[in-house]
Write a protein that binds this ligand. Sequence first.
Ligand code: HEC
Ligand code: HEC
Length: 338
Amino acid sequence: MTICRRSLVITLTGCSLAFGTVYTATVFAQPEERPDAALNMLVHEPPTMEDLENSELHPELKKVIRYGHDLFTNTQQLRGENVFNDMNCSSCHLGEGRVPFSAPVWAAAITLPDFRGKNQHVNNLEERIAGCFAYSMNGAPPEYGSDEMLALSAYHQWLATGAPMYPDKPIYGRGFPAPDEPAEEPDYARGEAAYQENCSICHQKDGSGHYENGEYVFPAPWGDGSNNWGAGIARVETMAGFIYQNMPLGQPRSLSDQDAWDIAYYINSQERPQDPRYTGDVAETAERFGPTFHNRSLYGQTREHDGHVLGDHDNFGEKGDLKPWNVGMPRFENLSEE
Ligand code: HEC
Ligand code: HEC
């Protein structure tokens, strides 16, 4: 077991080094070296924590941004209060939320407020962050305007330093762009085989992740320690994009398109905590939030090999009966149609 752990650590270190090189070479390169796709796009290289220390910002602001960075990379400090799974924000937004194709979070700071399809109204940055708390962290967000929210927003906005507000070009590396449509329909058995081969060494055969001294080394892609059914990554295309662009760790874009879709289909065919929008009936919930969300997840569908209906349970994970206060909160209802 000790040998196994050691080799895991070595693998990870090797990966992290490769990871740094890949991104320095292809993404934060000089404009003339960037891929063609980036030419007519907004390419932004966010500042680093070292840049923060060297900057002229007010010392009090620096403290708050540092706290925001700390919350982002160690969100587990809010466990039991705002976070009820094993994730940090940086479990999905790799490289401290800075890395292209890993949903770099500064993009939200320069495009919000804007209308959001998922909740059908205009959201600001705090509300967007609150969304990831309610679904991706299976939790309930800190209050708007609280120290935690202000610090997280400050961190996001500071990462956007120098980027134009409401840019007129698409943002290079935004989100988790899905790989090309696969030649064959995504397949559970193929996905399972590819997951066991490429991913289980870190994430475990049963998807429960790898923990040491109560802290995760590798997070859980499904099960109670993972995000709930309402999280963006529960959509197959988003999971395929995340995997293709970021996994295995340190080897982005090394899997075939087909493997990425198959593995995404397999992972998103496993159970996870209930969607906080659950009405008490999975078919009804899947239908109500179909057009805005679940048409792209497998929620409510029957798993072929064992007849299990995905999401048909009232396990909300560690948060139990706690309802995230931001989910379904009405906004702007008194504004008249123009
Ligand atoms: C389980 C994975 C996961 C975790 C954990 C997670 N997020 Fe996200 N986040 C996503 C996905 C998926 C998206 C949507 C990406 C897309 O647009 O396709 C997203 C989008 C965002 C955006 C908007 C980015 C944009 O381009 O507009 C922000 C801001 C954000 N997350 C902040 C956070 C914060 C803060 C936390 C921690 C409290 C967090 N996220 C935790 C998966 C995650
Ligand atoms: C070398 C170890 C390693 C390998 C191999 C690996 N991952 Fe990961 N994975 C990580 C780490 C570490 C994170 C969290 C990033 C962080 O904390 O910096 C992560 C994050 C994730 C996440 C988002 C968080 C979550 O748990 O849902 C998913 C999904 C994921 N990996 C899927 C995969 C898939 C699919 C493969 C195989 C194609 C894979 N990983 C291979 C280490 C690994």
